[in-house]
Design a binder for this molecule. Structure first.
Ligand SMILES: Cc1cc2nc3c(=O)[nH]c(=O)nc-3n(C[C@H](O)[C@H](O)[C@H](O)COP(=O)(O)OP(=O)(O)OC[C@H]3O[C@@H](n4cnc5c(N)ncnc54)[C@H](O)[C@@H]3O)c2cc1C
Length: 381
């Protein structure tokens, strides 16, 4: 077994690392403070192909695989998880396009994603973890469908030029009644709200989106009616290793910041890292960051090999998100009073880490997925 990265993967890692350290790190505090969208950084990232990581090369994307995407996400998130989300979110929409669209739809969607932004509209005010409970409706009309309903927490809704929207085409059914549509945010009846104020990852805006009698052509439907829920779950199998990798990046940053501080700060005449209670925090961070990275790479490898990776993607997402949060809490503790200060990086890391346990399926939902998959594998028959 060979754990080393290929020459090409090492190069991609180096480009992402340099970009993160030179362009994101110095400006991260500004975007956290102002909650502005980091347009200049995202434009630079686009030149490197990072905003269209998995869009095929023939459509202007970077055409990268799951492992390479994870490598890039770890590096960008090390510098700022919020700006990383701004840069990499398109890969979630591109996954939906790849899995659910026909050739005409792909051409249109990929061209938009390689130059601009997309949004993934699943969550509603009354339906998050329980996606089957969503209430947005797509009624059939002569020309296609009429869309009504509202979504919330939609990342990059204010920037989006294309939306993947999940709606019920059959309200008598739960999962099987859901279909997916490609929607133009400029269509009459689509309204995007103001960015929602939030705790962390402030550079990455989320907003409510409402659909008020939005007329869709038949060609807006992705795949067949009733296939939306399955599509959403398949997309998450692909996107969760990348989100997990954001957790790895955050946790690695916590480890490095806390270790640097713990070897400089002295109490009782010695660096605080020499106190076992502090040193062991660094040990836990190091051990769990590496374990999270390996879970990400296992899930990415299974994905790339065409194997089912639902279980491994859930392992990676929950473990890396929980590790990022734990490392951030401990980093604040290692910094003592300074950990609580905005002058030091630990408090931002803690605010940025928290949402990793919530979006793309909460840590509880990941454990529910693991339970389901494990009972399929090992349950008594
Ligand atoms: C910053 C941010 C960005 C987001 N971006 C997007 C986006 O771009 N697109 C999008 O569609 N959504 C997005 N979301 C929404 C996100 O995916 C949901 O918030 C998430 O799935 C949880 O849903 P909920 O908020 O409705 O919580 P709920 O589902 O109401 O859950 C509340 C609590 O109950 C727990 N819980 C619920 N059901 C179960 C169960 N069966 N077993 C055990 N525990 C359970 C949950 O784990 C959680 O702790 C984003 C959210 C945030 C905060």
């Amino acid at each position: 077994m060979d754990f080393s990265l290929s020459e090409e993967q090492t190069q991609i890692q180096q480009v992402a690392r340099d970009f993160a350290r030179n362009e994101i790190l110095p400006r991260a505090a500004h975007y956290d403070e102002t909650a502005e969208f980091p347009t200049p950084i995202v434009n630079q990232a686009r030149e490197l192909g990072f905003t269209a990581l998995n869009v095929p090369v023939e459509f202007g994307g970077a055409g990268l695989g799951a492992l390479e995407i994870a490598i890039v996400a770890e590096e960008l998130a090390y510098a700022c998880a919020g700006i990383c989300t701004c840069i990499t979110l398109n890969s979630l929409i591109a996954d939906a396009v790849d899995l659910g669209c026909n050739e005409n739809q792909k051409k249109r969607a990929y061209e938009i994603l390689s130059k601009g932004f997309g949004a993934y509209c699943l969550t509603e005010p009354g339906a998050g973890s329980d996606a089957a409970a969503l209430a947005t409706r797509a009624e059939r009309t002569e020309r296609g469908y009429r869309l009504n309903g509202s979504k919330t927490w939609i990342s990059h809704a204010p920037q989006a030029e294309i939306m993947v929207v999940f709606a019920k085409t059959d309200t008598d059914k739960a999962h099987q009644g859901i279909s997916a549509f490609l929607v133009d945010p400029k269509a009459p009846g689509v309204n995007v709200g103001k960015p929602l104020p939030k705790m962390g990852q402030k550079a990455s805006p989320c907003a409510e989106v409402t659909f008020d009698n939005v007329e869709l052509e038949k060609e807006a439907l992705m795949g067949a009616e009733g296939e939306g829920f399955k599509l959403a779950m398949k997309v998450f199998d692909r996107s969760r290793p990348m989100v997990a990798s954001v957790g790895v990046g955050v946790s690695r940053r916590c480890l490095e910041e806390a270790t640097r501080y713990a070897t400089q700060r002295k109490t009782m005449g010695v660096p605080i890292a020499s106190h076992q209670a502090v040193g062991f925090k660094l040990a836990e961070m190091g051990m769990k960051t590496e374990a999270a990275r390996q879970l990400v790479r296992l899930a990415a490898w299974k994905l790339e090999s065409g194997k089912n990776c639902t279980l491994e993607a859930a392992y990676a997402k929950a473990f890396a998100a929980d590790t990022a949060m734990e490392s951030a809490i401990e980093a604040v503790q290692v910094f003592g009073g300074y950990g609580y200060s905005k002058e030091y990086p630990a408090e931002k890391l803690m605010r940025d880490a928290k949402v990793l346990q919530i979006y793309e399926g909460t840590s509880e939902i990941q454990r529910a997925i693991m339970t389901r998959e494990l009972t399929k594998l090992y349950g008594a028959r």
